[in-house]
Design a protein around this ligand. Structure first.
Ligand code: C2E
Ligand code: MG
Ligand code: MG
Ligand code: MG
Length: 281
């Protein structure tokens, strides 16, 4: 083949490409083992009702408890799980864990209104029996589907518009809520969004980050909240890190908030303690 390219031309061996491929393969192998050895765990970050200050629920966020590296964040392994399809197993496992935990909290706290949000990847869209399995788990754990929210990123919708529409309707048919994650970072048209069964807009933290008391520039946050209100969707602000940001968002009538100012993602013990010492609605 090299010959066909003509005299004097060679395939150049690219060491960085080789290294990347090797690293990827190593990670993939490690991830398969991690599934087998059940090295994943779920952390829970509270979502706060900004008007009452009470805990509305939690977002379930997966972590990998690596035997050598310790706790690995999803940004480091979710992309490869999506590429390889491993996300189907991991994603469904997270969903089951979150449902079981929600049931435990609802029972021990005697509060059926506590909610859980679970992230759903693009790749999981093409999982044939995903919604059947979801329905099975909901029935088995006896939680109300209305206490569940599936978070889907705006970019996932744009990448798979046809598939996304079908899946979103399947979720809605089960009375599970739908949240549009990282809203504002994709380029979905508002007329398209308007035709989808979306309940919640989650403003990406890149919009919240620059907010401070001194600056009067609120950026795109007011129009985004306005869009949510017009489309009859609830609005969640992610990445609230300061009391100033919280105050601004509260004044702008943003419904819910999430961020380090309230709490980082917590393990079950910490989240339970938080629930026991704080009011929920
Ligand atoms: P996301 O769904 O947008 O989740 C919010 C991320 O922002 C979390 O990162 C959270 O720890 C972080 N965060 C929350 N508050 C703050 C804050 O005040 N400041 C800053 N700087 N960051 C904050 P995490 O846990 O590393 O997750 C990253 C992403 O990985 C998630 O983004 C989500 O897209 C994905 N992910 C996590 N768990 C799952 C899962 O079970 N399934 C799938 N498919 N994706 C997941
Ligand atoms: Mg999310
Ligand atoms: Mg998000
Ligand atoms: Mg985000």
């Amino acid at each position: 083949k090299a010959k066909a390219m003509g005299k004097g031309q060679y395939h150049v061996f690219d060491p960085t490409l080789h290294q990347k491929a090797l690293k990827r393969l190593t990670l993939e192998t490690a991830l398969r083992k991690a599934i087998e050895h059940q090295e994943f765990l779920v952390h829970y970050q509270p979502i706060i009702n900004l008007q009452t200050g009470k805990i509305s629920g939690f977002e379930a966020l997966v972590r990998w408890q690596h035997p050598q590296k310790g706790l690995v964040s999803p940004g480091e392994f979710i992309p490869i799980c999506e590429e390889t399809g491993l996300i189907n197993d991991i994603g469904y496992w997270v969903f089951q864990q979150a449902c079981n935990q929600l049931k435990i909290w609802q029972q021990t706290l005697k509060n059926d209104r506590l909610k859980i949000s679970i992230n759903l990847s693009v790749r999981q869209f093409s999982q044939m029996n995903l919604m059947e399995k979801v329905a099975e788990t909901v029935t088995k754990t006896k939680i109300s589907p209305q206490s569940l929210t599936m978070e889907i990123t705006e970019s996932a919708l744009i990448d798979n518009p046809t598939h996304a529409r079908t899946l979103l309707h399947e979720i809605r048919d089960q009375d599970i809520h739908i949240s549009l994650d990282d809203f504002g970072t994709g380029y979905s048209s508002l007329s398209y969004l308007h035709t989808l069964p979306i309940d919640i807009l989650k403003i990406d933290r890149s919009f919240i980050n620059p907010l401070s008391q001194e600056e009067s520039d609120l950026g795109l946050i007011p129009p985004i909240i306005q869009i949510g209100q017009t489309l009859k969707m609830k609005v969640v602000a992610e990445g609230i890190e300061t009391p100033e940001q919280l105050e601004i968002l509260r004044k702008l009538q943003c419904d819910f908030g999430q961020g380090y100012w309230f709490a980082k993602p917590l393990n079950i013990r910490e989240a339970t303690a938080l629930l026991q010492s704080n009011p929920q609605w």
